[in-house]
Design a protein around this ligand. Structure first.
Ligand code: 5GP
Length: 206
């Protein structure tokens, strides 16, 4: 029997490079499954339902909250975002890693419910760099960007509640660090009870 996969919880301010780092990790670890969140925010240009997010209205989202269908959910910038629970646990049981790219409120809820998760915080090298990255995306208004920058400063308070902090000043270096984190977590003996049992059996046979 396969051991359970890792629940990888990745947070950090919008524009910190989370998305790019997570994409690279999925490429390097094909056993990673990406949990598609549900949100009530409108789709951005190019975003597709079921791929980037499941887009829902407030009424549907609230119905699912009542049904306890979310591992976590939060109100981010005035819209709901949530992680559908069933998908995550099914994949972990099957031995896949599951990656959640979620905000801090959500990550702390996951920490309460599933402490064996791996909690990673991605930090931009400075607020100045973050501001430049957000402007370059051309997806948000000045007002939204100002809100995201203010939120980013406040979020830094939470870094020490995460297991790992990765500063994204050099993208390749940041990706390498994240790969090292996942590899080390995969090798932890307490995560590999079934593997250890099969190794013991193999040695006894000899
Ligand atoms: P965006 O609107 O830029 O796609 O995402 C805004 C914020 O919502 C990001 O910080 C992102 O990490 C967070 N987010 C995305 N999906 C979820 C989710 O399922 N739960 C929570 N709590 N936050 C999420």
């Amino acid at each position: 029997m396969k051991d359970k996969g890792l629940l990888l919880v990745v947070s950090g301010p919008s524009g910190a490079g989370k998305g790019t780092i997570c994409d690279a990790l999925r490429h390097k670890f094909p056993q990673i499954r990406y949990s598609v969140s549900m949100t009530t925010r409108p789709p951005r240009e190019g975003e597709r339902d079921g791929i980037n997010y499941f887009f829902a209205d407030n009424a549907h989202f609230k119905e699912l909250i009542k049904e306890d269908a979310f591992l976590e959910y939060a109100d981010v910038y005035g819209h709901y975002y949530g992680t559908p629970k069933k998908y995550v646990f099914d994949r972990l049981e099957a031995g896949n890693h599951v990656m959640l790219e979620i905000d801090i409120q959500g990550a702390m809820q996951v920490r309460e419910k599933y402490a064996e998760g791996v909690f990673i915080f991605i930090v931009p090298p400075s607020l100045d760099v973050l501001s430049k990255r957000l402007h370059k995306r051309h997806t948000d208004t000045e007002e939204v960007i100002a809100g995201r920058l203010a939120k980013a400063s406040a979020e830094l308070e939470w870094i020490s509640r995460y297991d790992y902090v990765i500063v994204n000043d050099d993208l390749d270096a940041a990706i390498n660090k994240a790969v090292a984190v996942i590899s080390a977590e995969e090798c932890k003996s307490w995560r590999n009870e079934n593997l250890i049992a099969s190794i013991k059996k193999m040695y006894e046979i000899k």
